[in-house]
Write a protein that binds this ligand. Sequence first.
Ligand code: SF4
Length: 231
Amino acid sequence: MPSIKKQLEQSKKELDDLLTYPTEKLVDIIKEIGFECDRCTRCCTHEFNDHVFLLDRDVEIIRGIDPSALVPAPYFEFCDQKGRLYVSGYALATDKKGGCVFLKNGLCRIYGDRPTICRVYPYMLHREEDEEGNIEWRQLSGLNQHGCYHTGITIEECERIAQQVTDYEKEYLEHKIRFLNMMDTYFRSSKLRHVQRIYDQQMRRVSGGEEIEVFVFHNNELHQHVLNRET
Ligand code: SF4
């Protein structure tokens, strides 16, 4: 795993790249794809979408609706030499079948208050590896695996979506940079460091049902949780 400093550099570069991505190009892509949701609900499941990452403001809204719907996001970034794990934020809990806890009878129970990522999905603006290993921008998740395509979206709507996507990605990267900055300061001041071997041990422990301590970054602070198979 790259050092915190390296990850910080990469995230800042990603943010710079995002901010210089031509909006008109994203608008054209949205127009060409013409995606429309057909309410298949696949995107609200773990199988299709892994997890719903929450920005700080989403966490406050979800906490006001149902605090038990908040769980540490699944991909812990760091583990110190004492076996404590650190993750950049919260995600939405899923039920036993892997569906979002707010998905009921094919509908979102909190539609008006749904998290930011649920509002921009399936659009995105990420740099990711393609099949050949080249790093490319991705603008849509799950192309041709859900929804309808080539529907006539107005240019005004495309512009609105493009702005919403860029704002979300910017907020997400700024959140990540705050997390990495905090971890850099916290680790150095507490004489801690990431240890991959202990990280791997802890991952095995949690898959075996043992309890582990996880600190979740939220509102510029670390919040302590104890994770076990039920959480
Ligand atoms: S909050 Fe609503 S839109 Fe978002 S994943 Fe859950 S059910 Fe789907």
